[in-house]
Design a protein around this ligand. Structure first.
Ligand code: AP5
Length: 182
């Protein structure tokens, strides 16, 4: 799984990592945004949290996550981006093979998010960006300790060009799960 602040590069690196390992890429942010855009009942309940940069309540998040994990589990694994985001979510998920932490200073994250132009409701307002960073530090960063104690955490300096970050993630993956030759 990929762990990191908003703007740390989870969505940039995740799909390629999943392709490399040959498993599905699951981003809870993407799944929740898709649900909101589809205008389903669930999407309508989720949308205000997304717009405010607030964590979506667990009962709503888990509806989306459980569905996606059930499908991905059948394919032999997954790369997770954006889940778990709290210690309670981590307890629910159970063990993971490796946690790749994309370490990035907040000031760099702010610049990246302000520059991103994908029409995301949670990028438009600097106050919402600040709030997302606060939510990350308060609720998600405690997972760093949680996974460090389990020996599954690898931290990578994400304040470098994407190709350099990618190379270090690849090396971390190889070290965590050596592949058979050939
Ligand atoms: P989510 O979609 O997960 O958003 P986020 O954590 O805020 O992260 P971002 O997608 O903004 O950043 P990223 O780390 O993917 O960086 P990216 O690669 O895009 O969650 C959104 C919302 O969904 C949450 O606020 C919450 O409401 C809800 N949610 C999701 N999961 C939940 C859960 N488990 N429980 C409850 N609620 C949940 O890169 C950012 C920018 O930087 C891009 O423009 C990119 O091109 C650029 N960039 C990337 N890497 C580099 C680099 N190395 N150098 C220079 N630029 C770079």
């Amino acid at each position: 799984m990929l762990l990191g602040a908003p703007g740390s590069g989870k969505g940039t690196q995740g799909p390629r990592l999943a392709q490399r390992v040959g498993v599905p890429y699951l981003s809870t942010g993407d799944l929740l945004r898709r649900e909101a855009a589809a205008g389903t009942d669930l999407g309508a309940r989720v949308a205000p949290y997304l717009a405010e940069g607030e964590l979506v309540p667990d009962d709503l998040t888990l509806e989306v996550v459980d569905r996606a994990l059930a499908g991905a589990g059948a394919e032999g694994g997954f790369v997770l981006d954006g889940f778990p985001r709290t210690v309670a979510q981590a307890d629910r998920l159970g063990d993971v093979d490796v946690v790749l932490h994309l370490a990035l200073p907040d000031d760099v994250a702010r610049l990246r998010l302000a520059a991103r132009d994908e029409g995301r409701a949670d990028d438009a307002d600097p106050e919402v960006i600040e709030h997302r960073l606060r939510v990350y530090h308060d609720q998600t960063a405690p997972l760093l300790d949680h996974y460090a104690k389990r020996g599954t955490l690898v931290s990578v300096d994400a304040d470098r060009p994407p190709a350099e970050v990618m190379a270090e993630l690849d090396a971390a993956l190889d070290a965590a799960a050596p592949r058979a030759p050939g």
